[in-house]
Design a protein around this ligand. Sequence first.
Ligand SMILES: *[C@@H]1O[C@H](CO)[C@@H](O)[C@H](O)[C@H]1NC(C)=O
Length: 182
Amino acid sequence: MAAGLSRAGSTTSSLAILFLCFFSFSEAKDYLVGGKPDAWTVPSSQADSLNQWAQSSRFLVGDSLVWKFDGEKDSVLQVTKKDYVNCNTSSPIEEYKDGDTKVKLEQSGPYYFISGAEGHCEKGQKLIVVVISLKHRGIHSISPAPSPAEVEGPAIAPSSGATSFNGGLMVAVGVLVGFVLV
Ligand SMILES: *[C@@H]1O[C@H](CO)[C@@H](O)[C@H](O)[C@H]1NC(C)=O
């Protein structure tokens, strides 16, 4: 009897911790581009490129990108895909020169950024960030197709955030119950 009660208690507190994890997981995050200050620069190698960095992160709608750089020498241009490919700096969608730049990712899909410093984009100072919606609302409109790391869970039946939330909890409860019973 007493054992049963404490078992229920520990399951409940484990669930509470799980809830907290889910909530902190869905909080908006700031990402320092390149993972360190002054990373907005010509990369020394392909392996060191900003896109390499971007592939290791998962950007959600509501998150922000932060750039730290010397605003006298460089800038961040948000451009179209075409201008990204051609390194065309002449007509950016947005231009950020203050060196302490924060861009909120308001919608799902790809964002393209290039350096405004002459010749830098050609040398690889450019960045694509693919933003996904937690609620999978934008899943059909994302192009290019998100990489496997960016789509959570089984590819079949993309579900709403609420359903996968419950699904995750059910699995977690199953695991916890299995744990307690062993
Ligand atoms: C760059 O973009 C501008 C405006 O879209 C265009 O007029 C110009 O021809 C482009 N330059 C190159 C080199 O593609």
